[in-house]
Design a binder for this molecule. Structure first.
Ligand SMILES: [Zn+2]
Length: 455
């Protein structure tokens, strides 16, 4: 019996918690990617103005994953993608399978999208915006299910690739993002606005393996991935795709992963051609590369995470009479939206009063706080959080886990325009958010940052 007692004691010793301030070298990291370029012509996401399905491919598009394991053996996976946005249903299926197949809890999986407007339509997202028939929608559904499988498999491949690694973090800057909201006599219009708020920060996470070999480059930018317009019909990842490709060509043994930031009210400037998309991509890639060559700050563990899904209220929506009146509106999108709202009223007796907003925070000890916000988040959130939490060790991502609407600040909600509420029609939401939206979300972020910081 003595032997058993000794081995139990050894076992207890072996599972004692590791020091809180473990060295930056005691991580494990794994990377993987999978090509997701559609094989057949299909609907392209992001522009209501498009007249037909895709016509081939300019550059392949990908889903990529970075798996991390801290000193205590806890794992987390960041997924990035050349997509407009993960819809809630696809994200839920992927997260459930990651939990089942890899024991990865929901708070330890981030699903971010680059918001390229030259990727495929997914699920039923923005169905009001697209002129597609039943066969088109069936092709979208089948593509979305195949995408689910690919995302789950790339998560598994990254976890399988876990090897000793070092993490470091720093910033660079790129200047092509420009505010796209201008106030005129007719209200807010979408046009380049040199005076509007914008954030040119480029946060960078460097992942190194043995002997400092570069294995992963994660970088972010807060700008719509829309150099190309609705008249472009070839699949590609826009500037973010070109930036990743540029970095991977320069560092052939590393995977480059782009994380979209709070760029809902920013566009690349100038825009309109593939050459410009490539040019912005190279500018961003060069900015990242410059920082990689400099001394970045080591990131320690442990990695702690917090997740919540909480109701964010819509403003009160109109009654049935108003929706019936809108069926006669000359604007086809207002008509389709009204039809959708009447269908919900007929089915449920009421319209949703709120949306279940997913929010996620990862904290790498005190070295980096990574906030993953859902929806198309305007830059006011990012700038406010940098003021309130400090900009140095902060990374605010938008377009994470569910892209279902624009997320306006109170300022933008009151100003109106596309990001303030106009886009809710295309997203099939009942109407603008209530003015409580900003305080609800910011308050919850502070709560999650505290929760993920407690030792
Ligand atoms: Zn957008």
């Amino acid at each position: 019996m003595t032997t058993i007692r000794i081995s139990l004691a050894l076992l207890v010793m072996a599972t004692l918690p590791t020091p809180l301030h473990a060295a930056s070298g005691s991580w494990k990291a794994g990377v993987a990617k999978v090509r997701i370029t559609p094989e057949k012509a299909m609907g392209m996401a992001g522009y209501a103005a498009r007249k037909h399905a895709s016509e081939g491919t300019l550059e392949d598009i990908y889903v990529k994953a970075l798996a991390l394991e801290d000193q205590s053996g806890r794992r987390a996976v960041l997924v990035t993608s050349d997509l407009l946005g993960f819809p809630a249903d696809s994200a839920r299926r992927v997260a459930d399978r990651a939990q089942k197949d890899y024991h990865l809890p929901r708070d330890r999986l981030v699903l971010n999208s680059s918001h390229t407007h030259a990727g495929p339509v997914l699920s039923r997202t923005l169905s009001v915006a697209y002129d597609m028939n039943d066969a088109d929608w069936a092709a979208v559904e089948s593509y979305t299910r195949e995408l689910d499988d690919k995302v789950v498999s790339v998560i598994g491949a990254a976890l399988k690739d876990l090897k000793p690694a070092q993490l470091s973090f720093g910033h660079s800057e790129a200047g092509f993002a420009m505010n796209r909201r201008a106030k005129t006599e007719k209200g807010v219009v979408m046009t380049p606005n040199t005076a509007g708020p914008v954030d040119h920060d480029v946060p960078i996470l460097r992942v190194e393996g043995k002997k400092g070999a570069l294995r992963g480059i994660v970088f972010g930018y807060a700008c719509h991935n829309t150099t190309l317009g609705g008249d472009f019909y070839q699949f590609n990842g826009d500037y973010a795709g070109f930036a990743q490709e540029w970095l991977e060509r320069r560092h052939p043994d590393a995977l480059a992963l782009f994380v979209a930031g709070c760029g809902a009210d920013a566009n690349p400037n100038p825009r309109g051609t593939p050459e410009l998309a490539r040019q912005h991509g190279e500018e961003l890639g060069t900015a990242v590369d410059k920082a990689l060559a400099e001394k970045l700050a080591p990131i320690r563990g442990p990695l702690k995470s917090a997740w919540d899904q909480f109701p964010v209220a819509f403003a009160p929506s109109p009654g049935r009479e108003e929706w019936e009146k809108r069926l006669q509106d000359p604007n086809i999108y207002i008509q389709r939206h009204a039809r959708m709202m009447l269908d919900i009223l007929n089915r449920d007796g009421r319209l949703p009063a709120e949306y279940p907003y997913p929010l996620q925070v990862w904290r790498f000890d005190n070295d980096l706080t990574f906030i993953a916000m859902a929806g198309e988040v305007v830059v006011d959130y990012d700038l406010r959080l940098k003021k309130e939490l400090g900009a140095d060790r902060l990374w605010v991502a938008g377009y994470s886990n569910d892209v279902f609407a624009y997320i306006p600040s109170v300022r933008i909600l009151q100003e109106g325009g596309y990001e303030g509420g106009g886009a809710m029609i295309y997203y099939g939401q009942p109407g603008p958010f209530a003015p409580s939206v900003e305080e609800m979300i910011i308050g919850k972020i502070h709560e999650l940052v505290k929760r993920a910081g407690s030792r």
